[in-house]
Write a protein that binds this ligand. Structure first.
Ligand code: FCB
Length: 441
């Protein structure tokens, strides 16, 4: 099999060095970025297994989605049936003109019972990796995108002292199955999401999360049931500590199988901006990203996932300006926020950045179509200013299951009929595809 892309640590560092040497003065000289992206820049779309595959019945979230009470607006059910339709999904990625696909492997399918590994499921994901290569797409793989096996969360999830070693054991199996043929590995997706949600979700939602977990704990007859993206506020610090140990153990396990495979994790990063004197911005940044950015310094790259900005004065977050573009939930969307987040993360870590998610949840695809080129223009300006960016993965390929919000938010480049599962690219998909095909703004 020909490997589409073989990024090793040395080439990543070379990208970094080149970018660092790029004239910082370019910014001052021209306001518009040079339109062409570097050769080999990865253009892709991102998905997560639980959100698209369907019937993830051995997972923790499947269980809690189907409890009473539950914080989930509706259960994931069949999702968009990508467990069967993955080849169709890859065909779409290819037909849009993209060059890579970020997808996840589902721990709950690979290890549905503690210590019981499914060769058939490892083979399934191997076929997806081969399917990427057959279509000329670089496979970028997330090893854990929020969901865990039910048994893992039923023993306290990431707060259990065994968690890092158990995660590493699973990552070892995955790396042995597909590690040789993937372009990049992401251990954890947004392990800082609960920290971010602390500031965003209103207290009643936290209460409902606690009630959901209490119902699951009782029904399973266990001491403590905890998920990675559904928890009580009081559990967040212990979960994050477990995930930090988990990432390090997973990185070592993957590297032991293939030392030159670029390994990192992805982080949820707002474009935090300071307003006025004594802005809370830096304090907020330290809380939300600080520990993770330290850890990323030891990785080959960091995945940045950005959806919005936050402007902080000395008292708190300021409301969005009048007339701002807004997403499905009324939150402001501001295209340059991606570049702001990327610049910040690179300055803090000095490692190359992969935009592992960026998008907008909206019924209005014209907003998405405007938002993509505007965000990419600002991103390219950051690159011209010396920030090494390896690629851009749009979230998401498909309208899918958006966690506690169910199927209402629409992030897809393609809509999906949830009865026939037919996928239909939206006009914004051609906008991104056009940029990808030209490799230029
Ligand atoms: C990110 C998640 C992803 C999706 C997008 C909208 O926080 O990683 O699964 O839910 O937000």
């Amino acid at each position: 099999m020909t490997k589409i892309l073989n990024l090793d640590r040395r080439s990543l560092l070379a990208v970094g060095a080149l970018a660092a040497a790029a004239p910082v003065m370019a910014h001052a000289a021209s306001k518009r970025p040079a339109p062409a992206f570097p050769k080999g820049f990865l253009w892709g779309a991102a998905t997560a297994p639980h959100q698209i595959e369907g019937n993830n019945v051995s997972s923790d979230l499947w269980f809690v989605e189907n409890q009473k009470p539950t914080v989930f607006a509706e259960p994931s059910g069949d999702a968009v049936n990508s467990l069967e339709l993955w080849a169709t999904d890859l065909d779409i990625v290819k037909s849009l003109g993209l060059t890579s696909y970020r997808f996840g492997v589902e721990w709950a399918r690979i290890e549905p019972e503690k210590g019981l590994f499914s060769q058939a499921m490892l083979d399934h994901y191997k076929r997806i990796v081969e399917g990427c290569h057959a279509r000329g797409l670089a496979p970028l793989v997330t090893f854990n995108h929020f969901t865990a096996p039910l048994w893992f969360s039923a023993q306290g999830g990431w707060t259990n002292p065994e968690s890092a070693q158990l995660f590493a054991r699973y990552c070892d199996k995955v790396a042995r199955a597909i590690g040789a043929d993937i372009a990049m590995a992401m251990t954890l997706n947004e392990p800082n999401i609960l920290l971010i949600l602390k500031n965003i979700l209103p207290p009643p939602v936290w209460d409902m999360q606690r009630q959901t977990l209490a119902a699951a704990t009782k029904r399973l007859g266990v001491e403590r049931f905890l998920c990675a993206n559904v928890a009580g506020r009081e559990d967040v610090d212990a979960i994050v500590a477990g995930q930090m140990a988990g990432h390090k153990a997973a990185r070592a396990a993957i590297k032991a199988v293939r030392g030159d495979l670029p390994v990192g994790f992805t982080l949820s990063v707002l474009d935090d901006q300071a307003a006025g004197k004594n802005s809370l911005r830096d304090k907020v940044r330290a809380e939300l990203y600080g520990g993770w950015l330290e850890i990323a310094k030891g990785d080959d790259f960091i995945g940045v996932q950005n959806y919005e900005r936050a402007v902080w004065n000395d008292k708190g977050r300021l409301p969005a300006p009048d007339g701002a573009d807004r997403n499905w939930s009324g939150t402001e969307v501001w295209a340059p926020s991606l570049a702001g987040a990327v610049r910040y993360v690179h300055a803090a870590t000095k490692v190359p950045v992969l935009v592992s998610e960026h998008g907008v949840g909206t019924e209005d695809d014209t907003l998405r179509a405007r938002f993509i080129p505007a965000a990419l223009e600002a991103l390219k300006q950051a690159m011209d200013d010396g920030v090494p960016v390896l690629g851009y993965m749009h979230w998401s390929l498909l309208d899918n299951y958006e966690w506690i919000f169910g199927y209402k938010p629409r992030f897809g480049l393609c809509s999906v009929d949830r009865t026939t599962f037919v996928r239909t690219p939206k006009p914004s998909a051609s906008v991104l595809g056009g940029i990808a095909k030209r490799n230029s703004l």
